[in-house]
Ligand binder design. Sequence first.
Ligand SMILES: [Zn+2]
Length: 705
Amino acid sequence: MRSLAPLIAFAFVACANPDAPPPVAAGTMPPPTTAPTTPATPPVPTVPGASIDRSLMDTSVKPGDDFFMHANGAWYAKAEIAADRPVAGVGLQVTQEIEQRNKDLLEAAALAKAAAGSATQKVGDAYATFLDEAAIEAKGVAPLAKELARIAAIADKHALATYLGGSLRADVDPLNNTAMHTDRILGLWVEQDLNDSTRYAAYLMQGGLGMPDKRYYLDDAAPMAAMRAKYVQHLTAMLRLAKIDKADAKAARTMALEAKIAGVHVSRLDSEDVGKANNPWAQADFATKAPGMDWKAFFAAAKLDKQPGFIVWQPAATTGIAALIASEPLAAWKDYLTARAIDRASFYLPKAFVDERFSFYGTALMGMPSPPPRWRRALDVTNDQLGEAVGQLYVAKYFPPESKAAVQAIVTNLVAAYARRIDALTWMAPATKAQAKEKLSTLLVGIGYPDTFRDYSALSIVRGDALGNAERAEQFEYARNLAKLGKPVDRGEWCMVPQIVNAVNMPVRNALNFPAGILVPPFFDPHATAAANYGSIGAVIGHEISHSFDNEGAKFDAHGRLANWWTPDDLAHFQASGAALAAQFSAYKPFPDLAVNGEQTLSENIADLAGLAAAYDAWQASLGGAPAPMQDGFTGDQQFFLSFAQGWREKLRDEVLRTALTVDGHAPPRYRTLTVRNLDAWYPAFGVQQGDALFLAPAARVRVW
Ligand SMILES: [Zn+2]
């Protein structure tokens, strides 16, 4: 919920956002190794030097009837989604440019014959290894053998718990990257303690599903039922490819067990509520609170036996999963683990596995007819395994100090505008305002890249061992996270790689990351007008700042503790505004059977609204009293709002849209564009009147901050 872009568009399925390992989009990305690094889907394009691109617009659509189509309709009518992409639009346009840059860097590294153990050797070898399909083909299923043998050797429920504990990975991140999905039975997240800002906590989240969310298993709607049938076919095909006997029966049993796991899962909506997630359990509590699992064996195998306590994100699911460990036959668990292990590894196996994986995760779930070219997947794999090493190469070549300074100036103006908006709130008590402003003053903003890059010296990357590299990278990431436990919190650690088109707010650390990948035209264009830049990157920056004050972020104080700093009256007013915004978004219905979920997307929608309002104020202040220059016939206000709307120029496949509506914390881009309805300045800028479809009477416009 904290990042800018939807998770699924590019992602992985693993850590938020835009895509990390296994979550949703597994077709395009490698399975998640690290927790967060999600990809995203951001906004807008343009000719460098221009501000607003008139050729994208459909001026036959009244701005007051459909502002998205007014700003983007000519483009939308013609845009085609490439067969190997889930979306078309500005985020993809920028992503493609960044991909090309990274490809150049990695190809050079692969040829560099760099010293063994150096960062260049590792990124070059990771990239080259995944590209070497002939070597992967020659090995066949041999790289899987060890894992399958370990599963086959599980002789009792004690050994099952040991196996599951040994499979735990740091592959979730519910607050920074909204990575809530892991296909492993549980997921670990190590982050600042919700209750004590001086230390890290070990968080445990529900997992175990191969499809993105419990609703895929339980929802009666026809498209979901069809997806279940396709999933069973997919599992069957995977088992056959791996030469597992009785594939049909084992796939069916796997599906049946996953459906039971889904049955005890907590909903996506409840999982987003940090108030329901703050459940400290001592290690000794697990045996009584979640009987059925041999937790002692689990934690020992996970190397967490010395960890005194955990924060259990979804206690009901943890209890339910442990009960299933006891109640379901060992043979069913072993079939399930076999299927999941093959499915997870398939990305790194011969072409038949890769194609089968894509047919489900890419085509069925995401609607993509064709897989991305191998080099792009190699790029994803390398970014997943060695993200900051690649990032270090990227920023050295592509992110000049002047860009960092220019963006810093916009950030400073945005923070100042935000403070003025807090001062001007008529409904908020002085005590609450003081707390809000303290929180604003302690915000840590990272621009472009982290001050200290990650040290990968403990990670061994071996040319020719694609699956082994992926597994070692996961283990490296897991060990790196375990090592944080007991140490002081590092607020400067980044949760996104620099070479990504996205941005993120980390509520527990009260910190923001704006990766170098999004600080490029058209989001940030040194040649564009201030109005256009504030409408685009300004709104992005405002969005991330606002996450500190959205319905979830507002639960954290200036130190990142989960603490109520609100007076009861102020909180009631704030919640009423949120409810009004949720109702506004829930009225948008992309499909007859599926509306935008205003609750599920509330924090993002608040961030969009507050961020756009603050960006508008910051832009006005930046003019210093001078009139805004016209550009290409557009007034300053028109440039600001059109730049914002063109920044959400995205077209999604229906399947992607359906998945997003189900699991994503972000509303679809065309509805995010309609945030403008709540800003008074938008009405006179475009002559929007009562009777227009998007018109809201002044009292009905939602003002949160
Ligand atoms: Zn966000």
